[in-house]
Design a protein around this ligand. Structure first.
Ligand SMILES: [Zn+2]
Length: 475
């Protein structure tokens, strides 16, 4: 940010939007009973960054971690010829607790733009990159001598080079947390030592690609396309997305020079991880979104066409196991096949500050969200028998009849929220429905601070939100 000069509209807007990291960390600490500093240590956060997180630290001040990490890509973007709008007027920042937005560019009326990424998206990229790198099939190809060595050393240590079940379960665990609580940062995937440098580079490329894509919208003078509804509007919007992807890949190739060696095309791989991260958040957290973005497969095909010959075959092979893990992780439909989350507590690769009961808790939330409507019905009816004050039954009947509006009203959700949730033209997340139902049901009980009671209300609100979203999808 350019603090010496008069702040742009984007800068002022960002100051209003920004929430402190402390909100999130305090919640984390309350939930786990572990101090903030201790929690960050157990999550593997370095002491330098830990200090920045703590009160009085750098990250609670004006300078945002994302702004710092984005610097190389911001200067790369300045090199593109005849930008329609100046790069000087771009403000970059992160948002905590706004998981509905993965990354976006908000144009302001004074010609400036605010480019933001959610903290959940940032940590998701950081954790998907090692999973993607661990899934590099091609490394295990016998024709590559280095890969052969890697394979032999793995076999000698009795390790499975890539476990799609574990990686899928891990990603699923994160997405379940993000879906319900708007935060996925309570668990971390430990990459094997020899893969860490590559995983780090891929993560930075993915992050830079995502930010560069948003800056590209600013440079190319794209109008915000968030509410495209008509087929024509959505086609124009998809065209803009493809242009932004192409420019973003060019930009990260400037930042991350990648010779076509044994490591393959790392910027391309990072871009693919970035697009998959957005898709993962949307598939798992979004119930509804306009048709503004082209499908992931289309976007990735466009990136291949902007890469050297052979890159496509390489990337496909590199990411094949990663895709397998992603499929296990992002499916939340009733009765879907899921990876076993219990394997997380047995794996040395998974680091979390949650106790074993925390993993079981998230597993139960996952079970509820993927239950069939008749199972949700009996669950909610039973909850009312135990806790008559919740009075859920008439709402359950409305939802089963496909009347989401009636169901939400019966559960006491505020009128304004009901209208927003049921408006097919508005973006919506599972978390939005969940938190509205939770607020209403929480208000009917005695607002006890007892952890067990809070957990029960969260389970019930998850069940009601699942039934409501099932009904919404059928409308
Ligand atoms: Zn875009």
């Amino acid at each position: 940010m350019h603090s010496e000069s008069v702040p742009t509209e984007a800068e002022r807007h960002y100051q209003v939007l920004r929430r402190t990291l402390m909100d999130f960390l305090t919640e984390l600490s309350e939930r786990t009973g572990v101090s903030i500093d201790e929690g960050l240590t157990r999550l593997g956060v370095s002491s330098e960054i830990r200090e920045a997180f703590l009160p009085g630290g750098e990250l609670t001040g004006d300078r945002d971690m994302f702004e710092v990490i984005s610097e190389p890509v911001v200067s790369a973007m300045k090199h593109f010829d005849k930008p329609k709008r100046s790069m000087e007027k771009v403000t970059i920042g992160s948002l905590i607790g706004d998981e509905a937005v993965t990354a976006e560019c908000r144009p302001m009326s004074d010609g400036s733009s605010l480019v933001t990424m959610s903290y959940g998206m940032f940590t998701l990229i950081n954790n998907m990159a090692p999973v993607a790198v661990e899934g590099m099939d091609w490394v295990a190809e016998a024709s590559n001598p280095l890969a052969m060595l890697w394979r032999v050393s793995k076999a000698m240590r009795g390790m499975d080079p890539f476990n799609a079940q574990l990686s899928g379960a891990y990603l699923r665990f994160r997405l379940t947390m993000q879906r319900v609580f708007g935060s996925a940062n309570w668990v971390r995937y430990g990459s094997t030592l020899d893969k860490r440098p590559t995983a780090m580079t891929v993560a930075i490329c993915a992050f830079h690609f995502t930010i560069a894509h948003e800056i590209a919208h600013h440079i190319l003078g794209h109008a915000p396309g968030a509410h495209a509804i008509s087929p024509n509007a959505s086609r124009a919007s998809q065209q803009m997305e493809t242009e932004a992807d192409t420019l973003a890949l060019q930009a990260i190739r400037r930042v991350h020079f990648s010779p076509q060696d044994a490591l393959g095309d790392i910027p391309l791989m990072g871009a693919i991880v970035g697009i998959h991260a957005i898709q993962a958040v949307e598939d798992s957290c979004f119930i509804r979104r306009g048709f503004t973005h082209p499908p992931t497969a289309w976007r990735i095909a466009n990136l291949y066409s902007n890469s050297r010959a052979g890159a496509e075959a390489g990337a496909r092979s590199v990411l094949s196991k990663f895709n397998e893990a992603m499929e296990l992780a992002t499916e939340f439909s009733p009765g879907c096949i899921r990876g076993d989350l219990n394997i997380l507590s047995r794996s040395s690769r998974i680091k979390t500050i949650l106790p074993a009961s925390g993993i079981a808790y998230v597993k139960s939330l996952d079970d509820i969200m993927c239950a069939t409507p008749d199972r949700l019905e009996s669950y909610l009816v039973k909850a009312t028998e135990i806790w008559p004050i919740l009075d859920l039954e008439s709402g359950v009947r409305e939802a089963l009849n496909g009347n989401t509006k009636g169901a939400l009203q019966a559960w006491g959700v505020r009128d304004r929220a009901v209208l927003e949730i049921c408006d097919p033209e508005r973006n919506l997340t599972f978390r939005r429905v969940f938190s509205e139902v939770l607020t209403s049901l929480g208000g009917r009980t005695d607002r006890s601070t007892d952890r067990k009671q809070k957990d029960s209300i969260e389970f019930i609100a998850t069940g009601a939100a699942s039934l409501a979203t099932w009904a919404l999808r059928r409308q």
